[in-house]
Design a protein around this ligand. Structure first.
Ligand code: NAP
Length: 347
């Protein structure tokens, strides 16, 4: 390890769930020094007051107010909610920093679709053109060159990974409906308090939400509509678990394909991908990926119908893990740096 390779990093929104996961991962990263951390209501406190379990190198860092500080790190992770992130991102880009934004503010290429989906005005539409959608499995080379990466939504990443190979290889009958049935743990909503996410309400409960109108649908359509608009029904459900996403995507195939033939397409399209495992038997499950940056993919098929199953951890592969994957590409590090030590918590 040469000191000259160490990159200084700032985390904006360190007190939230994705910010906390970034702290955990970046402490395992050999070439990162976290030099600045920012919060809103937590500003003025030291990190160990918010997270008593941190290692001593970062524990004493003070959480600061973004708008009152000089920003001196090379890279910034933005872990705040959509609408709020825009301004922080734009000012850092203007200052010449490299930025990975975990919010939805720079994912959609169309400001009009963003405004319709999120009900927020986009103040920096010019930046939408330069932002690269941070899905390494599709945009690896663009991410390497990017100054601003828009990290995908957690459900969107799972849904896109489930459908991209068969659509790209033109094996899906796109005139037929595509159904994306998604289940997610409650940490996907962040750490804010909400009555419908309280323990007595969520525990042993299970329910759909935002059916057919979820905000990740335009993002999924943007990334998957190769030649024609797709007929997608996207229905997420809330699971009474802390973390984890399981997506089941239903498609009609142009021709009969065996499970092995479908697996072969996925293995070809995702060949060499560090975090994607194609399971030939059994089904992906949350406990196989929980706490890791891994994505497990499985299949079932019958009479020109196929179901693709994808499991990932919403806070890792769905957020902070992929953000570090993107960071590694942008900074020229090995793709798994900081991420390979994360193995599943089981049981
Ligand atoms: N949770 C997931 O699974 C997930 C997955 C993919 C993407 N995302 C996206 O990632 C972003 C963060 O999500 P999250 O779940 O980590 O949210 P969260 O737990 O609700 O945390 C948001 C954090 O933003 C901070 N913040 C707000 N305004 C700020 C400002 N002006 N300067 C600095 N910090 C500020 C807050 O700090 P204080 O505590 O100090 O007030 C809070 O800790 C969101 O855009 C979300 O959509 C989340």
């Amino acid at each position: 390890l040469k000191d000259s390779r160490v990159v200084s990093v700032g985390i904006v929104g360190v007190s939230g769930y994705t910010g906390r996961e970034l702290l955990r991962i970046l402490q395992l990263h050999a070439y990162v020094r976290i030099t600045e951390v920012y919060g809103e209501t937590s500003a003025g406190r030291r990190l160990h007051e918010v997270y008593p379990f941190l290692d001593k190198n970062t524990a004493s860092l003070e959480i600061k107010d973004f708008f009152k500080e000089k920003h001196q790190a090379e890279f910034y992770f933005i872990c705040v909610h959509h609408g709020k992130a825009q301004e922080l991102v734009a000012s850092l880009v203007e200052e010449g920093k490299k930025v990975i934004d975990l919010s939805a503010d720079f994912r959609l290429k169309s400001a009009a679709i963003y405004e319709k989906t999120y009900g927020v005005k986009h103040k920096y539409p010019g930046l939408l053109e330069t932002a690269v959608y941070g899905l390494p499995e599709i945009y690896r080379e663009e991410i390497r060159q990017a100054r601003l990466v828009a990290n995908p939504g957690c459900l969107a990443r799972a849904a896109i990974l489930s459908l991209y190979p068969l659509l790209r290889e033109e094996m899906v009958d796109v005139s037929a409906p595509i159904i994306i049935d998604a289940k997610t743990g409650t940490s996907g909503a962040g750490r804010g308090l909400r009555e419908d996410l309280h323990f007595p309400h969520m525990n042993e409960n299970f329910k759909p939400y935002a059916a057919l109108y979820h905000r990740h649908q335009p993002e999924i359509e943007q990334e998957l509509s190769f030649s024609t608009d797709l007929n997608i029904s996207f229905v997420p459900h809330l699971l009474p678990v802390d973390r984890g996403i399981l997506v089941s995507s239903y498609v009609s195939l142009k021709a009969n394909l065996s499970k092995e033939q479908i697996a072969a397409v996925f293995k070809k399209v995702y060949a060499g991908e560090a975090f994607i495992s194609v399971l030939l038997s059994g089904y992906p499950e949350l406990k196989g990926v929980r706490g890791t940056n891994n994505v497990h993919v499985g299949f079932q098929t019958k009479d020109r119908r196929a179901v693709i199953f994808v499991a990932l951890d919403n806070l890792l592969s769905g957020a902070s893990g992929t953000a570090v994957h993107n960071f590694n590409l942008m900074a020229g590090f090995e793709e798994k740096e900081g991420l390979s030590a994360l193995t599943p918590l089981y049981p």
